[in-house]
Design a protein around this ligand. Structure first.
Ligand SMILES: [Ca+2]
Ligand SMILES: [Ca+2]
Ligand SMILES: [Ca+2]
Length: 195
């Protein structure tokens, strides 16, 4: 009896928090998951040739807190890795949006700009333009006709394949390195599954 009532009290107390963070997103946009880095790095990581723990920078984001990483120049390309995992099937037809900036905009590297892993697939999306040295907004539509493809074969992904990935997301990576040579990239305002 005491346990039951205390759990109920706890659930009630936290409900407004989950509603705000899960449904409206940190900055007020509706999204299934979002990160604005205004207080901490929100469990994001780095893959590839940069420190695996992103650097949280409190000022100068879009606005305020944001995360950054610096290339270690070991011959690969590094990515920001989201903590978003699980069933995001409701995101199909919605968008992934985010803001990027980089320290330089010459010696540009091509690459898979967004990579979604899940359901046995690795699907990638290439954005049209690389980020500038000021905050650059991106919007990637989560539908097959937007241009998702299998990462290595480059075969276009079907609606069923993208839905299979979204229903069991194991990783979402956003490319942070766009330039040959020493460079640094930063990320802010990620909304996954926003209209
Ligand atoms: Ca921010
Ligand atoms: Ca690199
Ligand atoms: Ca580089």
């Amino acid at each position: 009896m005491p346990l039951k009532s205390s759990l109920a009290g706890r659930a009630f107390r936290w409900w407004p928090f989950f509603f705000l963070s899960g449904s409206l997103g940190c900055g007020g946009l509706p999204a299934l998951a979002s990160s604005n880095f205004d207080r901490f790095a929100e469990n994001w990581k780095i893959s590839g040739d940069a420190n695996p723990v992103p650097e949280l920078v409190a000022e100068g984001g879009n606005p305020d807190g944001h995360i950054c990483a610096t290339d270690q120049e070991e011959g690969t390309v590094w990515y920001f890795v989201a903590p978003y995992k699980g069933d995001f099937s409701r995101a199909y037809g919605r968008r992934l949006i985010y803001d990027l900036k980089q320290s330089q905009s010459f010696g540009l590297l091509k690459g898979d700009d967004v990579v979604l892993y899940g359901g046995g697939y690795e699907l990638s999306f290439n954005v049209r333009e690389n980020p500038g040295t000021k905050w650059t907004p991106y919007s990637v539509t989560l539908s097959a006709d937007a241009g998702w493809q299998h990462r290595y074969s480059k075969v276009p992904a079907t609606e069923d394949e993208l839905k299979a990935v979204l229903s069991n997301v194991t990783s979402l990576s956003i490319r942070g390195e766009y330039s040959d040579g020493p460079d640094r990239g930063c990320l802010d305002n990620v909304y996954f599954g926003t209209p």
